[in-house]
Design a protein around this ligand. Structure first.
Ligand code: SF4
Ligand code: SF4
Length: 104
């Protein structure tokens, strides 16, 4: 059976549908940040944090410093390794908070 792209079905859920199945317990504080905002604003031309995040957590900000919607974070760690300037502060949320995967 062929599956058309972009149409959510049991076999082909959209990214948004998949993200909807993830539960997040908000610790009330971001576990993500940039170390030196000036590096983002003045040195970074690739914004890899924005490009690599599968959950749209990192979003380009008007001042060149990304906005961080930490509540969507899947804790995959990709942004930490993608930043060419080592400018991502990354830690797990406090115990009991953060992401829970419904399907394992
Ligand atoms: S990739 Fe690194 S330096 Fe560039 S905007 Fe993101 S956090 Fe800042
Ligand atoms: S850890 Fe993964 S999901 Fe979370 S902000 Fe970084 S890239 Fe996005």
């Amino acid at each position: 059976m062929s599956v058309e792209p972009g149409i959510p079905t049991v076999d082909n859920e959209s990214i948004e549908d998949r993200l909807y199945t993830v539960k997040y317990e908000d610790p009330g504080d971001s576990h993500l940040d940039v170390t030196i905002p000036g590096i983002c604003a003045e040195k970074c031309v690739t914004t890899d944090c924005v490009k690599v995040c599968p959950a749209d957590v990192w979003r380009e900000g008007e001042d060149g410093v990304p906005n961080i919607a930490y509540e969507n974070c899947l804790e995959c760690g990709s942004c930490r390794w993608a930043c060419p300037h080592g400018n991502v502060e990354w830690e797990y949320p406090d115990t009991g908070a953060g992401v829970t995967y419904k399907n394992g």
